[in-house]
Design a protein around this ligand. Sequence first.
Ligand code: FAD
Length: 390
Amino acid sequence: MSHPVRVAVIGAGVAGLAVARELRREGLDVVVFEKSHHLGGTWRYDQRIDSDPVGSDPNREVVHTSLYRSLRTNLPRQLMGFLDYPFPDRPDGDSRTFPGHEEVLWFLNKFADEFGLVGLIRFGWEVVRVERVSGRSDSWVVESSTCDSVLSREIFGAVVVCSGHFTQPRVPTIPGIEKWPGYQIHSHNYRVPEPFRDQVKCVSEDRLVAFDDGSSVYADVILYCTGYKHHYPFLETNGIVTIEDNRVGPLYKHVFPPALAPWLSFIGITEKDIIFEMMELQCKWVARVLSGKVLLPTEKEMMDYVEEYYQQIEKDGFPRHMTHYLHFKEIGYCNWLAAEVGLPPREPWREEMYLESIKPLLLGTLENYRDQWDDAHWNAIIKDASLTQK
Ligand code: FAD
């Protein structure tokens, strides 16, 4: 394989930072485009919200993050770091096992500083178009723009998409919604509880919300917690990569479109797993494939895999929009990635801790679970595991 000279990475969130580190480790030349003036992506809290709180107006002003002010991680800090760069305790920081979002941003800044990644990032440059140079799969035009519309056009050997997928609200169509007089907002735009305090006390006939099972409520606010859409407005692949009902495809192992591999790849499309670890392994895989150290199967073999995977999802009764959810579908996914890049499988304590941390979600017992976490129990398990390793 001829090596790409330069790799364009789109986004400087967890995925973009992690892949920049891995690409550089493989000796590749990296430019990270970041449309905002900061790194951290989702983890940079912003009190502003979109100009359309539901998020359906395509011309609205968009705020990238979906964090609310009081958000704490949904995984314990031991699962919020990278494999070789754990999430540390710091005496002057938020020492809770499930820390607030500020602590994660602090960690990402520290990670970027420590590995010299900040200098690779072009802050304030939004990628507006990515397209193959005609007839070549290893040559891509990347157009980017500043907020005052200065446009730049460059050629790269490969593009890694790390633009996140928790910004574009997925909003259901509800018959009659255009006449409903209450306030509507998607969770992407929820920041603080104060504006909603005491509102449902007041009902009026006009504010009826009816449900399929015949029940109804009077409400002042509809808060859509209906998820997000994958959205790549900059990407032009002549129909090779499509998004159908939130399935981005075809993608081999949720990363490489077979017909464009390895020159185009996506990090972090998958969800419902230990996110940082999963993304880090995807990044290592992409970097090693691009450096020629790890080989991909043929295009046909990758397509066959994708087809089989789709058939399996359907057979198991999972809807298409859950294509990239790993829970219970692809339990061995991270171990497969680890094997590809020569790492051992996930340590058992990590898997056990992850399963324990998603139990409240599955059982609907989310309230207080973070503060009822049995630290002593888990610390003992981790200590035992590290002694066994020695
Ligand atoms: P992002 O963090 O979204 O970063 C994408 C970056 O790309 C942004 O900086 C954006 O500005 C930039 N960008 C986008 N488009 C362009 C463009 N065209 N040109 C240039 N730059 C662009 N994960 C956990 O592990 N634990 C948790 O507790 C947790 N809680 C979460 C809570 C919420 C409310 C949400 C929404 C997500 C949560 N996640 C959690 C998942 C979280 O998304 C990941 O941890 C991680 O932030 C994803 O990183 P990313 O780099 O893929 O995307």
